[in-house]
Design a protein around this ligand. Structure first.
Ligand SMILES: C[S@@+](CC[C@H](N)C(=O)[O-])C[C@H]1O[C@@H](n2cnc3c(N)ncnc32)[C@H](O)[C@@H]1O
Length: 386
């Protein structure tokens, strides 16, 4: 914690705590831009994570509003951990009895990178032991029942520096709650939101995803158009913590609901597979955005729209999980032909195929590296020709 030995209190809105947002590789800049737009300070990026300083109210706001980040961690401390002893001592020094009630459930998860400590299960065990020993200094219990609210402990050891944090989100932020069912090779909601953000879609022009699968990109585009806080209808681990103020959560949710726009949006989502379109439609209903997305069963190889300008953000098969490599490349060629002459359409297409441009028939104006899970991809960006 930044203010030493201070426990986060909603009432104490001036408190500055340090937070960390883990995110997909390649999306760090997008997350920091989101935080900057929320007026947050001390934003720093590292590979796969972004830090900011703020109050507990800021933590609630970021949980509700963040589109591209994976979770909001309250950083409790960072210290050199060249060995298990240092990891134990550094963890033990943190004010656990002020943070965790005696019945807290506190699973420990994390990772080690470029460090002398490399065994994740051993680090988990040491951290758990240090917390238990510290809790025993407050409560005379030999065994902690862990039957209460969940306080997930997340750790990282990077270049021999340990960071210990409390996970305020619980379920990861990409789980917005609208997608219990998804098609094969569905994108993470946070990656879909990142693609929409990179396309700079603001709800004005026609927006299309002709390979929509379970509809993730179109639904995230609808959220962006409506100014919908993506976390507004789900819950978060920190809501159940004793230190959390339910009135503050309720007020911030209501504010988010009131901040929604309404308008005449033109979002189109289609797929060749009728079952995928049905799943996408159901997901949009659950997300409460089915009124602004038009769904169709359609073959992207014959893509055509009556409108002469717009934005396509899409994720066709790569030849890894759907179709084989040759089939995927033939599809890119056919889609390239269908796009001939549509110079007023901008295209943002995610593919892991390094030969995509060759098949599609045009060089992208720009490329951006993004990771779809473990698959290294490029977002191929074709800007509209004015
Ligand atoms: C990688 S998935 C899209 C996943 C989607 N972004 C999601 O989050 O669920 C690719 C989709 O392209 C569809 N597809 C394959 N060939 C197609 C074609 N010729 N026209 C339209 N859709 C096609 C598949 O049915 C599949 O749903």
């Amino acid at each position: 914690m930044k203010n030493k030995d201070k426990k986060p209190s909603a009432a104490d809105s001036a408190s500055a705590f340090l937070f960390c947002i883990p995110c997909l590789f390649g999306t760090e800049g997008l997350v920091s831009d989101e935080l900057r737009r929320m007026g947050l300070s001390d934003i720093k990026t590292e590979d796969g994570r972004v830090f900011f300083s703020g109050s507990f109210a800021d933590c609630i706001r970021v949980n509700l509003w963040l589109r591209c980040g994976e979770r909001v961690l309250l950083v409790l401390g960072s210290f050199p951990a060249p060995d298990f002893n240092a990891l134990f001592e550094g963890t033990h020094a943190l004010p656990w009895p002020d943070l965790l009630p005696s019945d807290a459930c506190f699973p420990v998860t994390g990772y080690c990178l470029d460090s002398a400590l490399f065994s994740v299960p051993d680090c988990q065990r040491i951290i758990k032991k240090a917390i238990v020993e510290k809790l025993k200094t407050r409560w005379s219990l030999q065994h902690f029942p862990e039957t209460g609210a969940e306080y997930k402990i997340r750790f990282s050891v990077r270049k021999n520096i340990a960071m210990i944090a409390l996970d305020t989100s619980g379920t990861a932020l990409h789980k917005r709650g609208y997608r219990p069912a998804h098609t094969q090779a569905a994108l993470r909601e946070t990656l879909a939101a990142s693609m929409v953000k990179l396309s700079r879609y603001r709800g004005k022009e026609d927006f299309c995803d002709p390979f929509c699968g379970s509809g993730t990109i179109a639904i995230e585009a609808a959220f962006a158009a409506l100014n919908r806080a993506p976390g507004v209808f789900r819950d978060f681990a920190a809501e159940k913590w004793g230190l959390s103020d339910p009135v503050l959560w309720r007020n911030m949710r209501n504010e988010a609901i009131c901040a929604e726009y309404s308008g005449d949006y033109r979002i189109f989502a289609s797929d060749i597979d009728p079952a995928a379109v049905q799943i996408a439609r159901d997901n949009a209903v659950r997300a409460g955005v089915d009124h602004i997305i038009r769904f169709d069963v359609s073959d992207a190889r014959t893509f055509s729209r009556t409108c002469d300008r717009g934005l396509i953000v899409t994720n066709p098969p790569y030849g890894e999980r759907l179709l084989d490599h040759e089939q995927a490349q033939a599809l890119y060629r056919d889609f390239g032909k269908a796009m001939e002459g549509k110079d007023n359409w901008a295209l943002y297409l995610l593919s892991s195929d390094p030969d995509f441009e060759l098949c599609y028939g045009h060089r992208a104006n720009k490329k951006r590296k993004l990771y779809n899970g473990m698959i290294k991809c490029d977002l191929y960006m074709y800007f509209e020709k004015k």
